[in-house]
Design a protein around this ligand. Sequence first.
Ligand SMILES: [Zn+2]
Ligand SMILES: [Zn+2]
Ligand SMILES: [Zn+2]
Ligand SMILES: [Zn+2]
Ligand SMILES: [Zn+2]
Length: 359
Amino acid sequence: MNVQEYIDNQAALEEEARAAMPWEPKKCTYEMGSIRQQIFACRTHENIGICYSCSVMCHTKCDIVELFTKRNFTCDCGTERDKMIKEHNCKCDVRKNVENDIASLSNKYGQNFKGLFCSCSTEYDPDSKAVMLQCVLGIECDEDWYHDSCIMGIDDSKKDAQVRIDDPVSGESTIEGFPHLDSFDAFICWKCISKYDYYFKRILSHHASDKIIQCKLGRDSEIIPDKINENGKRVIEEGQNNGEYSVFLKSDYSKEFKTLKAKLEKDDKLFIFLDKIAPFLIEDDPIYEPAAEPEDDTDIIQLVSKILQNGASVGGVVDTMVTFNSMKTKLNEYLKSFAENNRVVKEEDVKNFFRSVEE
Ligand SMILES: [Zn+2]
Ligand SMILES: [Zn+2]
Ligand SMILES: [Zn+2]
Ligand SMILES: [Zn+2]
Ligand SMILES: [Zn+2]
């Protein structure tokens, strides 16, 4: 097979891309304790949450659901929660522990671990055009993911009738009335807002709120217009659906929350909220990243373009195979950026990669 054929074979490439592992599955995060990391749920073994390495190395034949990041989570592979019966001695094939380790008590097991997401409690549908957003506060909803239509409170029967606007640049498709995806940085669901109603009323009526809040979106599927009263404060409007609303945060929200907190008295309830209950609104925990695949210093892009210029006639079969392997390393690096940004790899992305190689 020459390079041109390889590039033509897009469907195979896509498969290859999906199978490509962006990180080396060498280290289980159990010993690091409760950290923010990529979590996978194993539906074969009582919906336990496991780390990236364990999803690849230990629960290989299991029904795994990718949950993206969760805060304060400890890997449950090979702990007392893991009921997997191993043919050999080890409870976790990465940690090589012979006895089941003690399970963390702080792990929160919400519906995501059953593979269910959003207020509609459905499985993730990769073919759906719906935009899904993770709640950045997440205390009440266990950092759940929500469909745009569910955020707007559109009921199931009307979901398919919604007018979607396709963005040719990003390839995203949004419902009319939903905030532009590049207009906000983070999202807080209505469940978390209702739970911390007092604090959000304080934040929304604060003069700094227009630096923090991009918009409120009511569950009655309409953007609640901002009303400013004579004191220059926002009026909180109650919509339908019990006045439930979600909030979209501007890109500088962390910095602005920090400024806001610095101006509050230490015994102020809002100070305590930002300091103790939701400190990650000001500084989020770093996401643990497994070690990357070893670097390959061959300048593969140059190499491939040279081969293409020469009509794919350079070198024999062995050379070509070496080239493909190096190219795969580059592809893995490219795909890693998708994993880091929680983006799903589409066929078009892989094509773009090879177009960039061809140029
Ligand atoms: Zn693990
Ligand atoms: Zn399993
Ligand atoms: Zn394991
Ligand atoms: Zn939903
Ligand atoms: Zn939430």
